[in-house]
Ligand binder design. Structure first.
Ligand SMILES: Nc1nc2c(ncn2[C@@H]2O[C@H](COP(=O)(O)OP(=O)(O)OP(=O)(O)O)[C@@H](O)[C@H]2O)c(=O)[nH]1
Ligand SMILES: [Mg+2]
Length: 429
C-alpha cells in the first residue's frame, strides 16, 4: 500500500472518529472499547506498529522478544507460566520512513479453558497489527484452534517454530511438512532458536549444554521484508478493523436500546391498519390505506433510529423496503386483495340477499386484519434492517473503507480472506 492511500485512510478514520456523536451513557457503556480504539488510532497517527508474540506456555515467547531486542528485558524461566500478563516493550528499530515498533509479550494459551483461550487470542489479535505465533514442535490441537481464531479474525500471523537447536535438520523438514499440512497454509514456517543451548566438551571430557547465541535469521529476514513492503497496510488494516468493530458495537447497542420502542411502534401501526381494514368496505381504499400506514411506519422508524430520510436516499430506502416486503409478503398482498374483493362483493349483494350476505363479511374482515398485522411486522423488520444497513454503509464508514482497501490491495485481500464482517441482523425488532 502506498503512502498516499495510507494517509487518506488515516484522515478518513480520524474524521469518522471526530464525527462520532456519543452520548454520555454510550461513552461509559462502551468505555473500554472506545479506549482501545483511541489507542489504535493514536498508533496509526504516530505510525507505531505493534507485534504480539503469542503461543503455549513455555515455548520461548519471552526469550524470543529478548533475543529480538538484544536485551534481557523480560523474565524467562524453565518453570512454566513465568509471564502472567501482557507487556509491551519498545523495539529499537524502524520500518518504512521512520515508523516505530513495539513487541508485546503475552501469557501462555494453555492451561486455560477453550473459551478463555479464544478470548485471549481475540484480545491479542485486536490489540496488535501483526501476531507472531510461536510453537516448539508439532502443532497441538489447542495451538491449531488458536491459530485458526487468529486467521478467522483476519489477523496477519507468522508461524514461528522455536528451539531449532533441539532438532536435526531432517526432523525440522519433516515437522515443517506436518505442521503446514495441519494448518492448511502455504505460508513459510520460520525456524528460530531464541535461547539455544549447544553441547560443549569440557576439559575433563564431559559434555555440557551451554547457552549460545540466538539464531533468528529466518524470522528477521521475513520481518524485514514484511514490514518494508506492508508496514503501512498492517497499521491501516488493524485500525480499520478496530473502527469497524467499534462502529458495529455502537450500532448493536443503539439498536438494543431502541428495540422495545421499535416493537411498540410496529405493533401500533399494525393495529391501526387492522382496524382500518376491518371497518373499510372499499377494496382500493383497503390497499391504499395499508400502504400509507407502512410508509408512516418507515418514516417513524427512521426517526427512532436517528437516520435522516430525505431526497433520493429516502426514496431508494422506501423502494427497497417496499420491494423486499412485497416479495416476502407478496402472498399476503394477493390474499389481502382477494379478501377485499370478496368483502366488497358481499356488501354489494346485501340489498339482494336481504342482508344475509353480510354475515360472512365479518370473518373476511377479521382475516384481513390478521394478515395486515403480519404484513406490517414484515415491513417493520425490513425497514429496520435497511435503515441500519444505510446507517452502517456510508462511504466514509470503516466497513466501506475496509471493503475498498480489500478490493484494491491483493495482500489485504489475502489477510482478510477468512475475516467475517459484522452483519446488522442482530437485535432486530
Ligand atoms: N534449548 C532451547 N531452550 C529455549 C529456547 N528458547 C527458550 N528456551 C528456554 O525455554 C524456557 C522457557 O522460555 P520462556 O521464554 O520463559 O518461555 P515463555 O513462552 O515466555 O513462557 P511463559 O511466559 O511461561 O509462557 C527457558 O528456560 C528458556 O531458556 C531455545 O531456542 N532453545
Ligand atoms: Mg514468558
Amino acid at each position: 500500500m502506498d503512502k498516499q492511500r495510507s494517509a487518506t485512510i488515516t484522515r478518513a478514520l480520524i474524521q469518522w472518529r471526530e464525527g462520532l456523536q456519543l452520548s454520555r451513557r454510550e461513552q461509559s457503556v462502551l468505555g473500554p472499547e472506545l479506549q482501545g480504539l483511541d489507542r489504535q488510532l493514536q498508533r496509526l497517527q504516530e505510525r507505531q506498529l505493534r507485534v504480539a508474540v503469542f503461543g503455549r506456555v513455555g515455548v520461548g515467547k519471552s526469550s524470543l522478544i529478548n533475543a529480538l531486542i538484544g536485551d534481557e528485558a523480560l523474565a524467562t524461566d524453565v518453570a512454566h507460566g513465568s509471564t502472567r500478563r501482557q507487556q509491551a516493550v519498545p523495539w529499537n528499530r524502524t520500518w518504512g520512513d521512520g515508523g516505530l515498533l513495539q513487541l508485546v509479550d503475552t501469557p501462555g494459551i494453555d492451561e486455560i479453558a477453550a473459551p478463555a483461550r479464544e478470548r485471549l487470542a481475540r484480545r491479542v489479535a485486536t490489540g496488535s497489527d501483526l501476531v507472531v505465533m510461536v510453537i516448539d514442535g508439532d502443532i497441538s490441537a489447542p495451538e491449531l484452534a488458536a491459530f485458526r481464531t487468529l486467521q478467522d479474525s483476519g489477523k496477519p500471523t507468522l508461524l514461528v517454530a522455536n528451539r531449532a537447536d533441539t532438532y536435526s535438520q531432517a526432523e525440522r523438514h519433516q515437522l515443517t511438512d506436518t505442521i503446514q499440512a495441519r494448518c492448511g497454509s502455504d505460508e513459510p514456517l520460520l525456524w528460530v532458536a531464541a535461547a539455544p543451548r549447544r553441547p560443549v566438551v569440557l576439559a575433563d571430557g564431559r559434555v555440557r549444554r551451554q547457552a549460545a547465541a540466538a539464531e533468528l535469521g529466518a524470522l528477521q529476514q521475513h520481518l524485514d521484508q514484511l514490514l518494508e513492503a506492508h508496514g503501512e497496510l498492517l497499521l491501516a488494516l488493524n485500525s480499520l478493523r478496530a473502527a469497524d468493530h467499534f462502529s458495529a458495537q455502537l450500532l448493536a447497542w443503539r439498536l438494543g436500546q431502541r428495540q422495545q420502542a421499535a416493537q411498540a411502534l410496529i405493533g401500533r401501526c399494525a393495529s391501526i391498519k387492522a382496524a382500518g381494514l376491518a371497518a373499510n368496505p372499499l377494496m382500493l381504499l383497503d390497499l391504499a390505506g395499508s400502504a400509507a400506514v407502512d410508509s408512516t411506519l418507515i418514516v417513524q422508524l427512521a426517526q427512532l433510529y436517528g437516520v435522516r430520510l430525505r431526497g433520493p436516499s429516502a426514496r431508494r430506502l422506501l423502494q427497497r423496503v417496499g420491494r423486499q416486503s412485497l416479495v416476502i409478503g407478496g402472498v399476503q398482498w394477493g390474499l389481502q386483495g382477494a379478501l377485499s374483493l370478496i368483502k366488497q362483493l358481499l356488501l354489494m349483494a346485501a340489498p339482494f340477499s336481504g342482508g344475509l350476505s353480510l354475515a360472512p363479511a365479518a370473518p373476511v374482515a377479521l382475516a384481513q386484519a390478521a394478515l395486515a398485522v403480519h404484513g406490517t411486522r414484515i415491513t417493520g423488520r425490513e425497514a429496520a434492517r435497511q435503515l441500519l444497513l444505510s446507517a452502517h454503509r456510508g462511504p466514509a464508514r470503516p466497513a466501506s473503507l475496509l471493503r475498498r482497501l480489500q478490493r484494491a490491495d491483493p495482500q489485504a485481500q489475502r489477510w482478510l480472506a477468512h475475516h467475517q464482517s459484522w452483519s446488522p441482523e442482530v437485535g432486530l425488532p
